[in-house]
Design a protein around this ligand. Structure first.
Ligand code: CA
Length: 227
């Protein structure tokens, strides 16, 4: 298999150097930069398989970079955040990051998260199908959601949540299952993220089209119902 290309954007030079060496040792091809704007330039010029992105960066913040990348690409992005940075995790994930890692982290933890993110990415590529529930359709190749032929604009996480619910239609999924599957790791004690995103989806689908796709089982979780 070809070497995977990883872009690391991190302004803490020592940490960046450490991560770079460890990733090289693991067989990744690593490009490093210490500034948000340079990072964006590299992204536009290069073809990376993954981006490791510090949140607070000179030039452009990690969230801004993430938003820009997501307009054109589904490359896996793992955000690196400092412990004392108070951030809105929901907003952060909504910018399109696949995962979060709080500094300081063990390198093994980063490597494990990277493997998960790569696997998710590959799974998505191999599952090219058209899914349907009532008159809602998901074209997973185009990442296109339509209801009765009308396109529904969804953010990355909204799309992934809907896809997971539809792939498991008529099965009640717990918040924990949804967190693990859609957010790719255990987000312990923060299952309210799921509720927030279900609300977003309901606003865009159930309310807009006056249907009831997403059902709640109080205290348990959610499911999409095939009438
Ligand atoms: Ca930083």
């Amino acid at each position: 298999m070809a070497q995977k290309k990883v872009l690391l954007i991190e302004d803490e030079v020592k940490l960046a150097r450490f991560v770079e060496l460890e990733l090289r040792y693991e067989g990744y091809e690593v490009t490093v930069c210490h500034n948000g704007r340079d990072g964006m330039t590299l992204i536009n010029e290069g073809n990376f398989d993954m981006i490791l992105l510090d949140l607070m960066l000179p030039g452009l913040t990690g969230i801004e970079i993430c938003r820009r990348v997501r307009k054109t690409s589904n490359v896996p992005i793992i955000m690196l955040t400092a412990k004392d940075e108070v951030i809105d995790k929901v907003a952060g994930l909504d910018s399109g990051a696949d995962d979060y890692l709080t500094k300081p982290f063990a390198i093994e933890e980063l490597l494990a998260r990277m493997r998960v993110a790569f696997k998710h990415c590959e799974d998505k590529l191999t599952k090219k199908v058209l899914l349907q529930v009532q008159d809602l359709e998901i074209d997973t190749e185009k990442r296109l959601v339509t209801v009765g032929g009308t396109t529904v604009e969804l953010t990355k996480k909204e799309y992934e949540l809907l896809l997971y619910l539809v792939q498991n239609k008529n099965i009640v999924l717990t918040r924990e299952q949804i967190l693990n599957e859609v957010w790719g790791y255990s987000y312990i004690g923060e299952t309210n993220v799921v509720d927030v995103y279900v609300r977003y989806l309901r606003a865009k689908i159930d309310e807009t089209f006056q249907k009831k796709f997403i059902h709640t089982i109080r205290g348990v979780g959610y499911y999409v119902k095939e009438e």
